[in-house]
Unconditional design. Structure first.
Length: 313
């Protein structure tokens, strides 16, 4: 998809332009650091897998990347993160206020782009998605430092904050192609399951990964007292002592005992169990697109499900 993604890149750079110098500086800073561009890829792959070749697909692909980038700018402020995409975060360099406001610029620019394709359904899908993402972040805030949240409550947060934009990206490809409702729902379900798998792996890499590879700091979730699946499963499977160590770490955001906690998470099998949960979601995603006609685009969508689980960055 390199040629197609180059077209998305061109739209991204054209649409980033502003007369306000600081906006260009910060938005270019974060966009030029790259990122995997999975969400725009989903828009393009679904559009092409369903036979749509109109130029609106590039505008829509760039739109979801802008929304994603806006959420990253806001998220790094909320989480006080200082490393993203292998670079210092925008908030670490330009400050919180500038990061939030440039996030607002990207977010509102994305709405201008949605309107430009002149389809009410596109606005409908993305207005709903961004609203749910914001709800997910607020739910996550409520769960912070709470070691007693259920797996269901955790899964709800990751469906809202991450899977929703994957779902919307996949759905947009189908909306552009004008397929019937049941086909559109299958594409959306693929995105939802892939996004869930993706976030599960994101959460396990916070314990298993390497900072250099990830481009963000390992152990950040623990520092914030975020009760993610690896910790919830380790508490279920561990001894009473191990459970107490993890409870205390979640309650107090204790990163000093990170090595010990990583060892508990590993030795209780919580990493592998989280990866299995991701694998299940990825398989479900593949099943949801079984009725797509055969094409290289469908093959790529199937392969993305493998990559999402096996990735280490
Ligand atoms: C502006 C609509 C709006 C909402 C603000 C802060 C917030 C509400 C939402 C944050 C949601 C969020 C950051 C979820 C995590 C998603 C996630 C897994 C990000 C990392 O995605 P990758 O790995 O990043 O695709 P790259 O760097 O590859 O683009």
């Amino acid at each position: 998809m390199a040629d197609e993604m180059a077209q998305v890149d061109a739209v991204i750079h054209r649409r980033l332009a502003s007369e306000v110098v600081l906006i260009n500086q910060i938005s270019n800073y974060i966009v030029s650091a790259g990122g995997k561009r999975i969400r725009p890829l989903l828009v393009l792959l679904f559009a092409r897998a369903l036979g749509f070749q109109g130029h609106e697909r590039f505008e829509m692909a760039a739109t979801v990347e802008f929304i994603h980038t806006a959420t990253l700018l806001h998220d790094d402020v909320v989480d006080e993160s200082d490393l993203r995409r292998g670079r210092k975060t925008a908030n670490a360099i330009f400050g919180n206020a500038a990061s939030v406001l440039v996030g607002d610029f990207l977010y509102s620019r994305s709405f201008q782009m949605m309107v430009s394709v002149n389809r009410m359904r596109v606005l409908d899908v993305l207005a709903e998605a961004t609203n749910v993402i914001a709800e997910g972040e607020v739910l996550q805030l409520l769960n912070m430092h709470d070691p007693d949240i259920t797996l269901d409550a955790y899964l709800r947060v990751i469906r809202y904050k991450t899977a929703k934009l994957f779902e919307a990206s996949a759905r947009l490809g189908a909306v552009l192609a004008g397929v019937n409702e049941s086909s559109e729902e299958s594409c959306a379900a693929y995105g939802r399951c892939l996004g869930t798998a993706f976030q599960l792996v994101d959460d396990l890499l916070d314990y298993e990964g390497a900072t250099a590879q990830l481009g963000k700091n390992v152990g950040d979730d623990l520092r914030e007292g975020k009760p993610t699946m690896p910790l919830l499963l380790a508490m279920q499977a561990g001894t009473e002592d191990q459970r107490q160590i993890i409870r205390h770490a979640i309650e107090h955001g204790e990163v000093e005992r990170l090595d010990e906690i990583v060892e508990i998470v590993r030795s209780t099998g919580a990493i592998e169990a989280t990866r299995r949960a991701a694998q299940d979601e990825a398989r479900k995603a593949q099943d949801h697109i079984s009725s797509l006609p055969p094409s290289q685009f469908k093959e790529a969508l199937l392969y993305l499900c493998v990559q999402a689980v096996e990735r280490n960055s």
